[in-house]
Unconditional design. Structure first.
Length: 277
């Protein structure tokens, strides 16, 4: 018989910051800090002559501000609608008034990707810019937000993992008395930190910002693979979506992986001559 080692979940307040009557919860703080740090990182990329895209004169550092605004709208609107339509349509159909309650959590990453892509397409059309380069810049910073978002999931004791006997397994307050994988930490490290380091290598060592579409392709493949692997440790809250063959997260990640592979191949064959040489 398996012997479970129990580690109680740390007593973390759902409120990250409190200033008078104003309360900022972990999810909101993660989004705010992720967007601001991402904005600073994109400004740094646009100011670095060695890694800037080939048409860098069209991408001044102050473009990062517009990129922040449009990405924020895409992430929030797309992420929320993705959660409503992809993961919990039946619940929100019965509770329409809660669709706009984003401060309670409930954001789907795959929906955020679609929403951000559409927002960047609008920005590219308005500014007459390369949408692929805009997307490359945006996804270069995306793992920062993913990392912080997964830590917020952990602080909120949500999206926990499957039952486990590993020494670091935890008993989450709303998940029953048995210990589980802290899958939120696994996702923070793989989808966030590790993917950020991979993209850093692609940008600073391989200079792939000069090859529009390549960084976006690597991000899509990297996130899709990391999410699919972590799904083996995460409790699937929507088993009916994956039909018992794969989890819902794995099913939604497959198009990302395939699209990322296609985008990497496309960017390779269309790369500028100066990069090819």
């Amino acid at each position: 018989m398996l012997q479970f080692v129990t580690i109680d979940f740390p007593d973390i307040s759902p409120v990250a910051l409190s200033v008078g009557p104003l309360e900022i919860k972990w999810y909101g703080l993660a989004y705010a800090v992720g967007l601001v740090v991402g904005w600073l990182y994109v400004r740094r990329l646009l100011a670095a002559p060695s890694v800037r895209p080939p048409d860098h004169k069209s991408f001044p550092p102050d473009l990062a501000t517009d990129l922040l605004l449009y990405a924020a709208i895409g992430v929030i609107v797309g992420g929320r609608l993705g959660n409503v339509l992809l993961y919990e349509p039946h619940y929100y159909w019965r509770h329409l008034e809660e669709i706009l309650a984003v401060w309670r959590g409930g954001m789907a990453f795959h929906g955020g990707v679609i929403g951000t892509g559409l927002a960047l397409l609008v920005l590219a059309r308005m500014r007459n810019l390369s949408v692929m380069t805009l997307t490359d810049l945006c996804v270069a910073a995306a793992p920062i937000g993913v990392f912080l978002g997964r830590l917020a999931n952990f602080a909120n004791a949500e999206l926990w993992g499957k039952l486990s006997t590993v020494p670091w397994a935890m008993v989450f307050p709303d998940a029953g008395p048995l210990p589980r994988h802290p899958s939120q930490i696994y996702e923070a490290l793989s989808e966030g930190l590790l993917l950020f380091l991979v993209l850093q290598y692609a940008i600073y060592r391989r200079l792939l910002l000069k090859q529009p579409g390549a960084v976006t392709g690597i991000f899509l493949v990297g996130y899709g693979l990391a999410r699919s692997i972590c799904e083996f440790f995460r409790e699937d809250t929507d088993p009916q979506i994956g039909l018992g063959l794969v989890t819902s997260g794995q099913m939604y990640s497959l198009p990302m992986i395939l699209g990322g592979i296609a985008l990497i191949a496309w960017s390779h064959y269309r790369r500028p001559a100066a990069v090819a040489s």
